[in-house]
Design a protein around this ligand. Structure first.
Ligand code: PEP
Ligand code: MG
Length: 601
């Protein structure tokens, strides 16, 4: 960006949040007060019988809406996403909730609206006292249900209806899951929210709709007026309000390039992924559900490199049974390119919690009893999942991936449980694949530093740079205040990555990177220079990285290794890689502005 452009985007207009769903868009803002303010108390007293029957009718109508919605979502998006609304249906029929509302009507002779409002206020107090991000996010689901009931009671139009026939960026304090679902039907081309995280249902659905989304910007709602021009960069989590003519045109150009490039690149889906000097590079996809697996096949990914099974569990109203898991894994294998799927066992804890599986409070949850640590301590849970994966394994080429491995002992214990699961399946006469490779995520510094002590015990390695970076830099990956430290192109991170990749190559163990950096051009160049030959990324990035691979020569990249590793600052590394990209294709270079160097957009 030129100095002039910098001036027009004064820092007060530039808001940094969480990059929730990638893409770039510039459009006028449309503010939505997501939840209608509680209606003022209506006068009374009211006839109890009338109000009870109005409430009952509203519940029936809400349940009918939700039943339709479940059917539509399950056929248009996927069975897993539809479970969100299944859980809303449970809430609408929840006995405790219904008794609370009807009890208030009967006791105080108030209107049904008032009783719903009072119940909401009471629940809000309970939820605001919960110190758990995931459970607090379930508040959104409850609000969604209450809002639906209220609309039926007052027979009003949905609050979220966007009447504009112009493309708009929706700006809201928060977005409810059912609203996110309706975004695709309207002229909404991007979303900016005050709240929101990567694990929220809204984020999951927005990503599968391909809308750019930035969340976690405090006070953005009040900082924006309807009609303000707003630039949303969902790759870097940047929002610029009224960017000024020059920055606006720079972002519009980026937006067009992004769209053109996506259109152009998608044509490479049937082309092999090989460098200009003929070296094959695997471009696999990271997925959360069947719809993503289909998207991966459509864009030409060669495999599913990471299936995050937490989402299957999160979308389910209770722990999915072994048979339900087997069916879900089979559906993924069926949809996956060539049936190749690497299934990661449950990576719970930290920010990923199941509402029906309470976890005791810890002072450092990201460093606590989470992921594989918890799985190995609850082998029943782990073994059911492993059994389901082995059963689904007869259909395609399935691999098991263990998250958060810190020591070789953990791998040995996991192997023992897997062996037991195979024995049980054989005894029970259930068909399964006995040939399912076992791999580990390298995302804890101890595993990276002592990688040579682990390689004998595994069939493959997948480097989870999202976590590896946060643990190496001691900087929470979801905390916007320390985002400047979470740069995978910082010297410390790259040195560790180089060491892990080299060790895997020396011991001839397959190695991939499945963190977000794999789908970003600059960091992909560094990884390929380090000798990596397999990258796994969000399906949307596969065509872009394939284009990049086509234009690179590994001979040229080898010369970069020393130059990169001798840098003392991340900025120097960004500059080296950016100039490599600019030499190849300026549009690819401009599509990768990293957080360490936003001024280069
Ligand atoms: C990672 O940590 O890099 C990774 C791919 O896993 P997740 O983002 O699910 O933690
Ligand atoms: Mg991880």
């Amino acid at each position: 960006m030129t100095n002039e452009q910098n001036k027009s985007s004064s820092p007060r207009n530039v808001h940094r949040g969480m990059a929730i769903s990638p893409g770039i868009v510039v459009a006028p803002a449309y503010r939505v007060e997501t939840v209608s303010p509680l209606a003022p108390s209506t006068a009374g007293p009211f006839e109890v019988a009338d109000e009870l029957s109005r409430f009952e009718a509203a519940c029936h109508k809400a349940a009918a809406d939700l039943t339709d919605l479940i059917e539509r979502v399950s056929s248009e998006i996927g069975a897993e996403e539809s479970r969100i609304f299944q859980s809303h249906l449970f809430m609408v029929r929840d006995r405790a909730f219904i008794q609370k509302v009807t009890g208030l009507i009967a006791e105080h002779h108030i209107s049904a609206e008032d009783a719903v409002n009072r119940t909401q206020a009471e629940y809000e107090q309970i939820f605001s006292a919960i110190d758990d991000d995931y459970l607090r996010e379930r508040w959104d689901d409850l609000l969604d249900v209450v809002e639906r009931l209220r609309q039926h009671l007052v027979e009003s139009a949905p609050v979220e209806s966007v009447r504009s026939d112009q493309s708009v960026v929706l700006v809201a304090r928060e977005i409810l899951p059912s609203q996110t679902l309706r975004l695709g039907e309207r002229h909404i081309v991007g979303v900016v929210t005050e709240r929101g995280s990567r694990t929220s249902h809204a984020a999951i659905i927005a990503r599968s709709l391909g809308l750019p989304v930035v969340g976690g910007i405090p006070d953005i709602f009040n900082a924006v007026r309807n009609g303000d021009m707003i630039a949303v960069d969902g790759r870097d989590g940047i929002v610029i309000v009224n960017p000024g003519p020059e920055a606006e045109s720079a972002y519009r150009k980026l937006e067009r390039e992004f769209v053109d490039l996506k259109d152009k690149l998608i044509h490479n889906r049937h082309e092999p992924s090989v460098t200009s000097n003929g070296v094959a590079i695997e471009l696999a996809a990271n997925i959360n559900n069947v719809a993503d697996a289909k998207a991966a096949a459509d864009v030409g990914a060669t495999a599913i490199g990471l299936f995050r099974t937490e989402y299957l569990f999160m979308m389910h109203p209770s722990i999915p049974t072994e048979d339900e898991q087997t069916a879900s894994y089979r559906a993924i294998v069926d949809a996956a390119p060539k049936g190749h799927v690497t299934i990661r066992t449950l990576d719970l804890g930290g920010d990923k919690i199941l509402p029906y599986f309470p976890i005791e409070k810890e002072s450092n949850p990201f460093l606590g009893f989470r992921s594989i640590r918890r799985a190995l301590a609850h082998p029943e849970f782990f073994k059911h999942q492993v059994r389901a994966i082995l059963r689904a394994g007869i259909e395609g080429r399935v691999r098991i991936l263990l998250p958060m491995i810190s020591t070789v002992e953990e791998i040995e214990i996991a192997r023992e449980f897997i062996a037991q699961a195979k024995d049980e399946l054989a005894r029970e006469g259930l068909p399964f694949s006995s040939d399912v490779p076992l791999g580990i995520m390298v995302e804890v510094p101890s595993a990276a530093v002592a990688i040579d002590t682990l390689l004998d015990a595994v069939d493959f390695v997948s480097i989870g740079t999202n976590d590896l970076v946060q643990y190496l830099m001691a900087a929470d990956r979801d905390n916007p205040n320390v985002a400047y430290l979470c740069d995978p192109l910082s010297p410390a991170v790259l040195r560790v990555l180089y060491q892990v990749i080299q060790a895997c190559r020396k011991y001839e163990v397959d190695v991939a990177v499945c963190g977000e950096m794999a789908g970003r051009p600059r960091s992909a160049v560094a990884l390929l220079a380090f000798g990596l030959r397999s990258l796994s990324m969000g399906p949307a990035f596969v065509p872009l990285i394939k284009e990049l691979v086509h234009s690179l020569s590994t001979n040229r990249l080898i010369g970069l290794v020393d130059e990169i590793l001798s840098q003392k600052k991340a900025l120097g590394i960004h500059q080296i890689l950016n100039s490599v990209l600019s030499e190849i294709d300026a549009s690819i270079a401009r599509l990768d502005a990293g957080p360490a160097d936003p001024s280069s957009i």
